[in-house]
Design a protein around this ligand. Structure first.
Ligand code: BGP
Length: 476
């Protein structure tokens, strides 16, 4: 056995998958009783999205899911991660159930199972029923309570066949972009108080939902997905090392601690106290976090890039944000002005300025292990956003193959080093709508031709991933 794990197969219970999210693929925005969402409205505000793109049609997965699942099956996909659109199930977020919405997801789940594809279901991937957004969204406890009801409806309706649940996708992103950068709904900028309040209600909703799930005794697993943005200092200077620590406390530990330890990190709490940003919370809410942390089965990691940080010495009265500065390319100060992200001359970046760093992932996984122990994890997103080259009609997405290959290699190594990773979901199964970058930034194994009736076509990576799955990664 080679010590790096080379020429070993991935463990037999490791799932090779790919992911999507309702708003980014489904389309059918007003079909079959679906209610309007925050994104249906926000994406129509001029300047908010690249070229004014929106999810009204997206890639029409709602009507073409059978064709899409058939292609995924042909690729040998073992699991498909997708999200349920809350407003299809409960059009106003909190009232009557829409039977047609349930029927759609029942069919989608059954279609996966027909081919032996394990459905891995995200309950919230950012499309919030508009009625709830208009009532204060995640800053209002009512949204958390409505989420708990909605999740119970999903567990009861789909839980006989769905055994893998993710409550939320990337709390730091939808709250950060929603309340600090204004680049996602509700489009509010620099409101730290609301930002922390919203994150707290999300953690509370998560804890309540897992309690309900476990009470139903459906014997599946449930967890949460976080973006994983490990922060590294640009050099060994003390102030920059401290800046990296500060970034990890705010961008990682604030999100992982309440889920895995049932409490918030002291370091962040002290800063919030000092700045007057502490959320309004009750003993009952804090106790719910404490009580239910042990019920959480896994953490999903969406890893695209690390961040390189240094101490920020510029003091701007107000930090200006735009769509462009909100797309995670390095070069901006943190929301509290403490550190800034830096583009480094010796690193490699994608066309959208995201660093390519499989090693950054491996180091980050060890950081998580050191803090949280042997927690079970899935890579719930990882992939390359690119404008894919087309040569003689073929989509030759070699850079994507390289990207995924390098990341799968470090995942194999990590497993060998004792990291408890149980699956890999490439982002994305099929080309889809990027929230802020339209259709230009492609991620899929399956190409969608927007000039030709949204026709599907297999990319080179489709065949490559099929081979990886067939050989269980032995050649990586
Ligand atoms: C993650 C989201 C996905 C997806 C991905 C790529 O944060 O969970 O929904 O959008 O990022 O992002 P982008 O489309 O901005 O490249």
């Amino acid at each position: 056995m080679n010590h790096d794990g080379i020429h070993m197969k991935f463990p037999h219970d490791f799932l090779f998958g790919a992911a999507s999210a309702s708003y980014q693929v489904e389309g059918a925005a007003n079909k079959d009783g679906k209610g309007p969402t925050n994104w249906d409205v926000f994406s129509k505000i001029p300047g908010k999205t690249f070229e004014g793109t929106n999810g009204d049609i997206a890639v029409d997965h709602y009507h073409r899911y059978k064709e899409d699942i058939r292609l995924m099956a042909e690729m040998g996909l073992e699991s498909y991660r997708f999200s349920v659109s809350w407003a299809r199930i409960l059009p106003d977020g909190d009232g009557e159930v829409n039977e047609k919405g349930l029927a759609f997801y029942n069919s989608l789940i059954d279609e996966c199972l027909k081919y032996g594809i394990v459905p891995f279901v995200t309950l919230y991937h950012w499309d919030l029923p508009l009625a709830l957004e208009e009532d204060g969204g995640w800053t209002n406890k009512r949204t958390a309570e409505a989420f708990v009801k909605y999740s119970e409806i999903c567990f009861r309706s789909f839980g006989d066949r769905v055994k893998h649940w993710i409550t939320f996708n990337e709390t730091v992103m939808f709250c950060g972009l929603g309340y600090l950068k204004g680049a996602h709904p509700p489009g509010i900028q620099n409101d730290e108080k609301k930002y922390f309040q919203a994150t707290h209600y999300v953690f509370y909703a998560h804890a309540k939902a897992i309690e309900i799930y476990k009470g139903l005794k459906q014997y599946g697993e449930i967890g949460i997905t976080h973006v994983f943005l490990p922060a590294y200092s640009v050099n060994d200077r003390e102030e920059n090392l401290r800046a990296a620590q500060h970034a990890n406390e705010f961008e990682t530990f604030w999100y992982y601690d309440p889920i895995l330890k049932g409490e918030y990190p002291r370091y962040v709490l002290d800063v919030l106290e000092e700045k007057g940003w502490t959320p309004e919370w009750t003993e009952e809410e804090l106790d719910t976090l404490r009580r239910n942390a042990g019920l959480n089965d896994f953490i999903g990691l969406n890893y695209y890039q690390p961040i390189r940080v240094e101490k920020n010495h510029e003091t701007a009265a107000v930090i200006e944000h735009s769509r462009e500065t909100s797309t995670l390319a390095p070069g901006s100060p943190s929301f509290d002005g403490y550190y800034r992200t830096v583009k480094m001359a010796d690193k490699t970046y994608t066309k959208w300025g995201w660093e390519i760093s499989p090693e950054g992932f491996l180091d980050g996984l060890h950081m998580l292990k050191a803090r949280y122990g042997d927690v079970k994890m899935y890579v719930t997103e990882n992939g390359l956003g690119d404008e894919d080259p087309i040569i003689d009609g073929e989509i030759v997405d070699v850079p994507r193959i390289k990207y995924i290959e390098e990341h799968l290699k470090v995942i194999k190594k990590a497993i060998h080093q004792g990291i408890n990773l149980k699956g890999y979901y490439a982002w994305s199964a099929i080309d889809l709508l990027s929230w802020l970058n339209g259709y230009k930034k492609q991620y899929g194994f399956i190409y969608v031709d927007h000039k030709d009736g949204l026709n599907r076509k297999k990319k080179l990576s489709f065949h490559w991933y099929k081979h990886v799955i067939e050989t269980r990664g032995e050649e990586l």
